[in-house]
Design a protein around this ligand. Structure first.
Ligand code: GLY
Length: 274
């Protein structure tokens, strides 16, 4: 069943743009904790192209950065470098030293769209993958990448923008790098949650769509305007989401999964202010 729904999960407007950056020649040298083998760059580029086409199908204009072949093998995961809300842009300070320089290219790009950029500062660290926006509330994962000082600073900046935020410590949860490895906001007060997060008090005001056993990687799906982009190969979670009336676009993600990357990490979705 594929029923397009038109209600927008974001009170301040639909996404119109997305920053993307293809994987570089050094992609396989990136950080990873999973043991799924070495990614095939050609296949990764093909999957990335299909991902970009899906964003365009969702109505987004793409802001393409050149692949970085030399310095930042994880730089295709652009979502970790910034948080973009309808009310402002915040540059992250990634928790892995090898990724800190990725922010420079994102800063330069976002300056074209935002009159002011806020930023996480030392000793704080925050990876964008640890932030889940759910309407006017932001969940901040405290992880091995995102620390309390970073979370506090981010919550402060978000409060200035008129948003609420709360922290969820995910350090004891096995097999998730970022909080968004285990959660997605679909809009309409609905959260997709893996079992390890489903009973957490932080999410009690939301309708929970539990991720079936074996489909955990697909918890990192992403609502983009009228569609939900979801990793291909996880039919049970896809079916549950479609039964709620969402149109899904399944996308092959195998090569990014090998590098501990989720589907949401491959883009920074936003609507420029004004
Ligand atoms: N390879 C994605 C990350 O570790 O940040």
């Amino acid at each position: 069943m594929l029923v397009r729904i038109v209600e927008n999960p974001y009170s301040d407007g639909m996404f119109t743009h997305a920053v993307i950056r293809p994987p570089g020649a050094n992609f396989a040298e990136g950080l990873t904790t999973v043991e799924l083998g070495t990614p095939d760059l050609k296949v990764a580029c093909k999957q990335h192209t299909a991902y970009c086409e899906a964003l365009q199908r969702c109505g987004l204009t793409l802001v393409r950065l050149d692949a970085d072949d030399l310095h930042f093998p994880d730089s295709t995961f652009v979502e970790d470098a910034a948080i973009l809300t309808p009310r402002g842009a915040i540059l992250m300070r990634p928790g892995a030293p090898s990724r800190s320089g990725e922010v420079d290219a994102i800063r330069e790009t976002l300056q074209e769209f935002y009159p002011r950029l806020d930023a996480i500062i030392a000793p704080g660290t925050v990876d964008g993958g640890d932030i889940c926006e759910a309407g006017d509330h932001f969940f901040i994962g405290i992880s091995h990448r995102t620390n309390e000082a970073g979370a506090r600073k981010l919550a402060e900046i978000l409060a200035r923008q008129g948003y609420r935020a709360s922290c969820v410590d995910i350090r004891g949860i096995p097999n998730i790098l970022h909080i968004k490895s285990g959660i997605a906001y679909l809009g309409e007060s609905r959260l997709v949650l893996i079992d390890a997060l489903a009973e957490h008090a932080a999410f009690r005001d939301f309708e929970v769509i539990r991720v079936p056993a074996g489909d955990e990687y697909a918890a990192n799906c992403v609502r983009v305007n009228e569609f939900v982009l979801i990793p291909a190969g996880f039919p049970e979670l896809t079916r549950r989401i479609e039964e709620l009336g969402y149109a899904t676009i399944p996308l092959a993600m195998s090569e990014f999964q090998k590098m501990d990357g989720g589907l949401s990490c491959l883009s920074l979705r936003f609507t420029p202010p004004g």
